[in-house]
Design a protein around this ligand. Structure first.
Ligand code: R5P
Length: 318
């Protein structure tokens, strides 16, 4: 087996450190330099010739580093690794930017997921690992190189199987596009809780920023609804689904999303009386939320074990 090097770019180092600890290795050393004009460079400080190199960088925007900026840094660093002789370079992106822009919704719309994929391939990146992407088929089809999607469903199932033991649970998708994701959670939950769970989904259309659709299909009356989504941006999608579940008689309503961006109305989301609790993973740290904003209402799940397992499976040829 080739030597494995795991790098964590700045602003993603904390998660990368935890992944490295799971793998029982130290993070490989690199340096990042900023130039006066806003340009930057990063280079490995250790020899990577012949190595399988993994580079972890979450591509969410934050103050001082937009998603575009982080994407650029990841691409350039992976290019540097290839030039330094790394045999195989895998980009590990717990949060993949532009994953939502995966199809045309207006005439002459860009399909940005595909353009992002083309940039990865142009730099010679050999493989991409991402946790819970917006649309799995679009993600897999955008890239010509192998892609690995880490499912968030097992993390959520483990969390809720402990918390909701003995309750009649129904997995709810807040839109038709997420029905398979909710189904993955339902199955994983059933297995862990050793109890049957139901399914429901909410009608949702979005046009020019306006969301419509009122139908909630499935039986939630008297049950505990768990709404599953890929990400929380403004929180509007989850609030809408939570209110619909309450209106249909759900006894308790929880929501789980892989990535918590918490933009705009996030504070209202955490105070929303229709929701009993909210779960996200740590692919995007909840830095936009004031500390202590929702004591007991927000759980942030550790994704490092799942990421480490994906790296090990890739490295072992699994
Ligand atoms: C949409 O298709 C996505 O899966 C999410 O449901 C959506 O992006 C969440 O956005 P927001 O939190 O702003 O409603």
């Amino acid at each position: 087996m080739r030597p494995l090097s795991l790098f964590g770019l700045e602003r993603s180092r904390e998660l990368a450190q935890r992944v490295a600890a799971r793998l029982e290795i130290a993070l490989a050393r690199h340096e990042e330099r900023e130039f006066e004009d806003g340009e930057h460079k990063a280079r490995p400080l250790d020899d990577v010739r012949g190595h399988d190199a993994y580079v972890l960088h979450g591509l969410y925007g934050e103050d001082g580093a937009s998603g575009n900026d982080k994407l650029c840094r990841l691409l350039f660093f992976c290019g540097a690794l290839k030039d330094a002789g790394a045999r195989c370079v895998t980009a590990v992106v717990p949060y993949l930017c532009y994953a939502r822009k995966d199809r045309r919704t207006k005439p002459r719309d860009p399909i940005i997921t595909r353009y992002v994929a083309a940039m990865f391939e142009a730099l010679g990146i050999d493989r991409v690992i991402a946790l819970e992407v917006h649309n799995l088929a679009a993600f897999e089809n955008a890239f010509r190189i192998p892609t690995v999607r880490i499912e968030a469903a097992p993390l959520f199932a483990r969390h809720f199987a402990g918390q909701l033991r003995g309750e009649s649970v129904v997995a709810v998708s807040p839109d038709a596009g997420g029905a398979k994701r909710a189904e993955q959670f339902r199955r994983a939950f059933e297995e862990l809780a050793a109890a049957a769970a139901g399914s429901a989904y909410m009608e949702k259309y979005r046009s020019s920023g306006v969301v419509s659709g009122e139908i909630l299909a499935g039986e939630v009356g008297g049950r505990t609804a768990v709404i599953i989504d890929d990400l929380i941006s403004t929180g509007g999608t989850l609030v809408r689904a939570a209110k619909a579940c309450r209106a249909a008689g759900a006894a308790r309503v929880f929501a789980a999303a892989a990535h918590g961006l918490f933009i705009g109305g996030a504070a209202e989301l955490l105070a929303e009386p229709a929701l009993d609790g909210l779960v996200v993973t740590d692919t995007v740290p909840p830095f936009r939320l004031a500390p202590g904003i929702a004591p007991g209402r927000l759980a942030v799940l550790d994704s490092s074990e799942a990421i480490a397992e994906a790296i090990l499976a890739c490295h072992g040829g699994g």
